[in-house]
Design a binder for this molecule. Structure first.
Ligand SMILES: C[S@@+](CC[C@H](N)C(=O)[O-])C[C@H]1O[C@@H](n2cnc3c(N)ncnc32)[C@H](O)[C@@H]1O
Ligand SMILES: [Zn+2]
Length: 487
């Protein structure tokens, strides 16, 4: 794998991820901007002073070729993103496109046993879930975790409220396939007193328990070797005791059997901790010393729960929008490897400060200033880029390839992505929206009339428009379509 533990990249995560080897990450946590249309700034005087990031999405945040790339790789996904513009607004489409192009890479670098947790809120969670379904597969959706991130009323007007308070974030958890890691034992939490009193009503010197039959249900069939006498008790059915005689003896010696005054025998079942459900109300917002002032900092406890459940010691945890590196600190504390990326220069300073704080607490011997690698350039590429994986013949699906070199064809192909974005997925003749593979590259001024391969002379047409136009001019095509009331 071409990335190494304790690396922090200060760069746009897309450029870094595109170079990361396939299937090397065990767990991805991402907490990207949520499309809140706000600019975030750390308060003056806080550890993170100077840190800021914007969550306002405009045309500058997407490259036109991304539209073509998404439309080619995943036509349904392109339609979902397109629909978000109609249903919501243009900035939602841009935001989703910027997310989709990055989620492709996250899917590629995740191991087959890996998991991804996408942290978002109700601004875009419904659109992001469609995108995740489309990239990771709906059958790999595992949970939506609802985290109560503000205690109390949440965001609404106290004086003249016109809605319920908003106090939750959502985390969409997907796995790469069905062999994902889930360490349920590592995350069991104690039951509440109320729950225990109701469900484990008996008590002895070892604590609470409930009574269970020591016999197998009669429906399970006869088991002569489990039919024996113990302390004067014999099973009421030929299906026998639940365990062998020696095992029952051990359970009894450990205080696991009860004989009640009315002459009945029971096994004691003790509470074994509860796997938290998907509503997390017990993780409080970051407070006190943990607060760095970094805007939208998440609590370590949140990250620790995710990392414990969905990775093992030594595994590689990756956060492509790491901010003040909460996920990296949590991974370090739990003996996992980590790699983080953030565009913001202040991420470097604040991450080192935070890791130093952890070391000052006295658990580890390594030196964050020397042992963290900070890089501004992508790792060396050791796998073929998506560009070279593209089947070139999809370029001229209706034309006979002329004698272009491989490199020229590739340049042409990536140009097709960009033109698709420029034309917003519509044929440049009839203006109908069409899947990427149904569009053909056309020379606006035909090659036979000295038209060049320059980008400005290229357009995408549907098959029908392309055969109407043939070797003629663009004006001929438009006039014909207008006469036929197609435009
Ligand atoms: C919501 S914050 C993450 C906060 C983080 N979870 C924490 O606990 O500190 C989102 C972060 O994404 C970063 N960011 C936004 N776009 C990015 C991109 N394309 N590449 C890398 N980082 C990006 C921002 O600088 C910001 O720090
Ligand atoms: Zn057309």
């Amino acid at each position: 794998m071409n990335i190494k533990n304790r690396t922090l990249y200060i760069a746009d995560n897309l450029n870094i991820m595109r170079n990361i080897d396939p299937e090397v990450i065990d767990l991805i946590y991402l907490d990207p901007p949520f499309n809140t249309k706000k600019q975030y700034k750390a308060p003056i005087g806080s550890k993170a002073e100077g840190a800021s990031f914007k969550d306002i999405w405009t045309d500058e945040d997407v490259k036109h070729e991304w539209y073509g790339e998404v439309a080619e790789q995943n036509p349904e996904l392109y339609q979902v993103i397109q629909a978000a513009e109609t249903l919501y607004d243009k900035s939602m489409k841009i935001y989703l496109m910027a997310m989709a192009i990055r989620l492709f890479e996250m899917h590629r670098i995740l191991k087959p046993t890996g998991s991804i947790y996408l942290h978002c809120d109700s601004t875009a969670s419904h659109y992001l879930k469609l995108i995740m379904d489309s990239i990771f597969g709906k059958k790999h959706f595992r949970n939506e975790i609802v985290w109560e991130r503000i205690k109390g009323a949440g965001k609404t007007s106290q004086h003249s409220p016109r809605s319920w308070g908003r106090s939750s974030d959502s985390l969409l958890w997907y796995s790469k396939n069905n062999e994902h890691q889930f360490n349920s034992d590592a995350i069991k939490a104690p039951y509440s007193e109320e729950y225990l009193a109701e469900n484990f009503p008996q008590q002895d010197s070892k604590g609470r328990y409930k009574r269970r039959s020591p016999f197998r249900p009669p429906g399970l069939g006869a088991r002569p070797n489990l039919c024996y006498e113990y302390k004067g008790f014999i099973p009421p059915h030929p299906s026998g005791w639940t365990v062998s005689k020696s095992k029952l003896q051990t359970i009894d010696n450990e205080g696991g059997l009860e004989i009640t005054p009315n002459g009945k025998i029971h096994r004691k079942q003790r509470p074994d901790g509860m796997i938290p459900n998907n509503i997390w109300t017990d993780i409080l917002p970051t407070a006190g010393n943990e607060r760095t002032g970094y805007p939208t900092q998440k609590p370590l406890a949140l990250l620790e729960r995710i990392i414990k459940a969905s990775s093992n010691e030594g595994d590689m945890v990756f956060d492509p929008f790491c901010g003040c590196a909460t996920a990296c600190v949590a991974a370090e504390n739990l003996g996992r490897q980590w790699v983080g990326i953030d565009m913001s220069e202040s991420a470097e300073v604040i991450t080192k400060l935070r890791l130093q704080d952890e070391i000052d607490k006295g658990t580890d011997l390594w030196n964050p200033i020397e042992d963290i690698t900070v890089s501004r350039t992508p790792p060396p590429l050791t796998h073929p880029t998506p560009e070279t994986q593209i089947p070139i013949n999809s370029l001229f699906n209706q034309l006979t390839p002329p004698d272009y070199s491989q490199a020229e064809l590739q340049a042409f192909h990536s140009h097709k992505h960009r033109v698709y974005g420029n034309q917003e997925g519509r044929c440049n003749g009839c203006k109908h929206p069409l899947p990427f593979r149904n569009m053909t590259i056309d020379h606006i001024r035909p090659k036979s009339k000295n038209g060049t391969d320059e980008p400005h002379n290229l357009q995408l047409l549907c098959g029908a428009c392309n055969s109407t136009k043939g070797n003629r001019s663009q004006k001929f095509l438009i006039d014909t379509l207008e006469k036929q009331f197609i435009r």
